[in-house]
Design a protein around this ligand. Structure first.
Ligand SMILES: Cc1ncc(COP(=O)(O)O)c(C=O)c1O
Length: 469
């Protein structure tokens, strides 16, 4: 990362956290150059970048100012530290009705789980596909099914190394998306009837997997900014025979919450003390807006307790269905279970991704994608402030592409979902993220699509429906 990019990220962080308020003047170029010990031209480049991201604007002869919408326009939600005992899970019908709503391409996709396909380098990937299939050694078509494509595993191990995790490539099992990885991990460490600690709210597929495997959920509340409540987790681990934890430590879906480094250390210490394995779902890891990628809990794992699951679905190649797990001490069992069930993701697709990672400019693509997502987040936040009731609360995550809205208490988000759908707008209502159907006045909205007039009009329509409750 260049110096001006680093400086721009630092100032963007001050704006996000509210240290620099909307309308406030940012330090003059001369002052910033002195404070940060960089040249005036570096400061100019950083300010141009921040202007480009929609965070500051230049006023003639007055300098640079924080844009009105650049800071949190609505307050953050508060999720109370409520936690239930063990719960049976039954959410699938509700989830499928929401997923069905996304099939119509004319629907405004605020309920989608993916960013816009236009943000992905699909043409470049297609070139990698053609080249790699031509170059695929005949024997690889068979051998790569059991081991995974060796180049892809090597590339992944290299990326882990850069983010501070030393892994032998053998620990990596390539899977059909992260979903398969997560399923395999859970099956390896649980039996039907077992208790699994999950987040509340949680990614709805987590709930569906528990439902299918007849596991019971122990819901641990997640704070919208700082992540799971470690006090409650510590109590539950001490009181209940929890067999596994399934958590997202960065950019949690649906809240966007992240644990800081200290909280990750405390979480890992708890796992160690109770010898409970953790499935770390980290599919949004590459979509950070800050200077550095957040380090996963896996980076602390010297006992092999953490199964770290990743995917290309959210940041590079949706629909290619390639994910992976760094399985720690469970890697061998995970690999065997995979061979007994799906055997392998498509070998040519793995080869295409390996080729792209080596030659396609992945990091350049990721920088562009993060930039687009951060800008789109600012647009959705500004739009929400314009159109939603002022007592609406909203998160402001430092990565990913979801905002979580907490509407006034009387708003029923399932009804909101139906009424919005009738007007061609999808959203993800709160109850699909809870085993106990909580979060009835909340919804997750996706800002992963380039912001345009249609998005703005859809927010206005949503605002009118919300106000009508
Ligand atoms: C939190 C989370 N984990 C896992 C997945 C599944 O990822 P994949 O498409 O790679 O199976 C998703 C996709 O929506 C997700 O949001």
């Amino acid at each position: 990362m260049k110096r001006y990019e680093r400086l721009a990220d630092e100032i963007a962080g001050l704006i996000r956290s509210g240290v620099l308020a909307p309308g406030e003047r940012v330090p003059s170029v001369r002052n910033a150059s002195r404070i940060y010990g960089v040249s005036p031209s570096t400061v100019f480049q950083a300010y141009y970048l921040l202007e480009d991201r929609g965070l500051i604007l230049a006023r003639a002869r007055s300098g640079y100012f924080v844009r009105e919408h650049a800071q949190r326009p609505l307050p953050e939600p508060e999720i109370g530290p409520r936690s239930t005992g063990a719960t049976e899970v039954d959410v699938s019908d509700l989830v499928f009705s929401v997923l069905d709503s996304l099939k119509d391409p004319n629907t405004v996709p605020f309920g989608s789980a993916f960013p816009s396909p236009d943000l992905f380098p699909l043409a470049r990937l297609a070139r990698s596909m053609a080249q790699s299939i031509r170059a695929l050694p005949p024997h690889a078509v068979i051998t790569d099914m059991t081991t995974g494509n060796p180049d892809l595993r090597r590339q992944l191990a290299l990326r882990y190394m850069v983010s501070g995790v030393m892994l032998p490539p053998e620990e990596l099992v390539i899977t059909t998306g992260a979903m398969e990885a997560l399923n395999l991990c859970l099956q390896v460490v649980t039996e039907p009837g077992d208790l699994v600690a999950i987040e509340a709210p949680a990614f709805y597929a987590t709930l569906q997997v528990l439902e299918r495997l007849k596991l019971k959920a122990v819901e641990i509340p997640v704070h919208p900014r700082d992540g799971i409540d470690l006090g409650i987790l510590a109590d539950r681990l001490a009181q209940l025979p929890i067999k596994a934890c399934w958590f997202m430590s960065s950019f949690q879906n649906p809240l966007g919450a992240s644990l800081d480094a200290e909280k990750k250390r405390r979480l890992y210490a708890l796992l160690q003390r109770h010898q409970v394995p953790m499935i770390e779902d980290d599919v949004y890891a590459e979509l950070y807006f800050g200077i550095q990628p957040p380090r996963p809990v896996k980076s602390l794992d010297d006992e092999g307790l953490v199964m770290h699951c990743g995917s290309f679905s959210k940041c590079l190649a949706p629909g290619y269905r390639v994910g992976w797990v760094a399985g720690g001490r469970y890697a061998e069992q995970i690999s065997r279970l995979k061979l007994m069930t799906t055997i392998s993701p498509s070998v040519p697709i793995q080869a295409a991704l390996a080729d792209y990672l080596q030659h396609g400019g992945y990091d350049r693509h990721l920088r562009k994608l993060r930039h687009a997502l951060e800008t789109q987040q600012a647009s959705m936040l500004a739009s929400a402030a314009r159109h939603f009731p002022p007592n609406t609360r909203v998160t402001r995550p430092g990565g990913g592409y979801f905002l979580w809205f907490e509407f006034p208490q009387q708003v029923d988000s399932l009804q909101l979902f139906q009424q919005a759908l009738a007007q061609g707008i999808s959203l993800a209502p709160g109850p699909i993220f809870s085993a106990t159907r909580r979060f009835g006045n909340c919804a997750r909205l996706n800002y992963g699509h380039p912001w345009d007039v249609r998005s703005e009009q859809a927010m206005a329509v949503l605002g009118r429906i919300i106000a009508s409750f």
